[in-house]
Design a protein around this ligand. Structure first.
Ligand code: ATP
Length: 485
């Protein structure tokens, strides 16, 4: 192994040869076969052609084939990266990208890539995980997280904006050591080697958070949350969010702020834009305009930092049918790189808290709709998020399940975490939300406590349902329809 440079600033080269050797042997084999077939043809052509031009062309063809043999094709399979004074140069065959060292936030080894979406050969951008993959194997990968998303040219016409880059190197630790030495200010970035066998990390919780005691007296035992130690006053700040689907504006300038310890309800008729807004808030859908910050972290500028503070359960939650409930919660904890200490206990507490202990070893495919929602919730809170975003959380739940959700949200708020939930169950919103926003046709039409809304609608004696119908105009429409008939 070449020694580390004596002085920071010296160039260092890193290859990824060993792990791609099978593929290289295959390509070399094909090329040798090509040469064996082509050489007799060229020799015959050479003997047949008498003119110097014809023979020159044949010689040029032989030279080209030899050149391809020794250089061009193998180079497509070579990875050779170098760390220079101020930049990291990534090479994959004839392609090359430069990352200024000042833009590197973290670099960590990912010893095995097991994420389904990521192909482990070639250069491509995975939009879902916001990662540029420059890979020729699933082993010995390094994930580089950038401070600011950077533009990378992947093909001639398609530059992509990526916040993370995944590469292979033979010598992981040497690479990380070298990066640590070369970084400005003696290592502004977090350069670490996490345990082997992880999926591309979605986030990492601090050790301190993981040791936070589980709050006592919860109705749903063991479901602990954490208010992140950040200076910001807001768990969530969304400003001027807009979303166009083609020429249709589904979300039109939505802004909302949620405090730590607050449960915020998002109400609106079908098609009002609730799910679209929530997907933009959780970083699943890129807004056409506007900004989202989770505990001060911009969801698009700092996706890892922001997403580690988030838990999200969609209206139709994504669960893996072929895993058992227990496996799914563990899988989710791996995605979030939840520290192992105390993890097994937490998984068991979550399964018990959501009344799934008896079914924990059954495949999720056998679960009822309500059980699927509960297991998705357990998986969404396993990393103790500071902000929980729930789209229609009580859909498909029996009264006990709905009661469990209410208790979960109350205990979350008591612990200083926050929740944003959309619901059509207005009595749930009235009972548990500190503030609500009513959204209609992509815009917020009213916002505040339930009493504020009653005041805004000049309906102090009405319940939230009547206020909702009045504010969204749908009550009047319905009245008109019934009267006309
Ligand atoms: P619901 O209460 O029925 O779940 P919602 O308030 O969550 O509705 P959204 O799902 O956000 O509403 O949809 C807002 C609008 O955007 C709707 O008119 C919908 O048809 C449209 N829409 C949503 N997703 C897409 C899409 N992928 N392509 C085109 N239009 C879409």
């Amino acid at each position: 192994m070449p020694a580390l440079p004596a002085h920071p600033g010296e160039d260092l080269a890193f290859t990824y040869h060993k792990k791609s050797s099978d593929l290289r042997t295959f390509v070399y084999g094909i090329m040798v076969l090509m040469v064996m077939c082509d050489v007799p043809v060229f020799v015959l052509l050479f003997l047949y052609l008498k003119s110097p031009t014809g023979r020159g062309v044949v010689l040029a063809l032989i030279a080209l084939e030899l050149l391809a043999l020794v250089y061009v094709l193998p180079s497509l399979l070579l990875m050779r990266h170098s760390i220079k004074v101020d930049k990291l140069i990534i090479r994959f065959g004839i392609k090359k990208w430069v990352i200024p060292l000042g833009n590197i936030r973290t670099a960590s080894s990912v010893n095995s890539i097991r994420s389904k979406g990521l192909s482990n050969f070639g250069v491509h951008y995975d939009r879902e995980q916001d990662v540029l993959c420059v890979l020729s194997g699933s082993k010995n990968a390094i994930l580089i997280e950038l401070k600011k998303p950077q533009r990378f040219r992947v093909s001639l016409f398609r530059p992509v904006l990526a916040s993370r880059v995944l590469i292979n190197v033979d010598e992981l630790e040497r690479f990380l050591d070298a990066l640590r030495q070369q970084l400005p200010n003696g290592g502004d970035a977090d350069v670490s080697v996490p345990p082997a066998g992880i999926v591309v990390p979605a986030s990492a919780l601090s050790e301190a958070e993981s040791r936070r005691p589980i709050a006592s007296g919860l109705a749903s035992p063991g479901i602990a949350f954490a208010r992140p130690d950040t200076a910001t006053d807001w768990a969530l700040e969304a400003q001027s969010l807009e979303k166009y689907y083609g020429s249709f504006k589904a979300v039109d300038g939505i802004g909302l702020k949620v405090r730590p310890g607050e449960i915020y309800g998002f109400l609106g008729p079908n098609g009002a834009g609730k799910t679209t807004t929530m997907k933009m808030i959780t970083g699943l859908l890129r807004p056409s305009g506007g900004q989202v910050r989770v505990f001060g972290r911009d969801i698009w500028q700092e996706p890892l930092a922001a997403k580690k503070l988030l838990g999200y359960v969609a209206e139709h939650p994504l669960v893996y049918d072929r895993l058992t409930g227990r496996e799914f919660v563990r899988f989710s904890s791996e995605l979030y790189r939840t520290p192992r200490a105390g993890l097994e206990e937490r998984v068991e507490q979550l399964l018990a808290g959501f009344d799934l202990a008896a079914a924990a070893d059954d495949l999720i495919v056998t679960y009822s709709q309500g059980m699927r929602r509960k297991i998705a919730l357990a998986a969404a809170v396993v990393h103790r998020p500071g902000l929980l975003v729930l789209d229609e959380p009580t859909n498909g739940l029996d009264p006990q399940g709905a009661w469990m959700i209410k208790n979960l949200l109350r205990s979350l708020a008591e612990q200083g975490a926050a929740a944003l939930l959309s619901t059509h169950a207005l009595e749930v919103a009235e009972n548990i939300c500190d503030r609500v926003a009513i959204i209609d046709r992509g815009r917020i039409v009213a916002e505040g406590t339930v009493n504020d809304l009653k005041g805004q609608a000049k309906m102090p004696e009405s319940n939230l349902e009547q206020v909702f119908l009045a504010l969204t105009g749908h009550g009047n429409d319905r009245e008109r329809v019934f009267t006309a008939r």
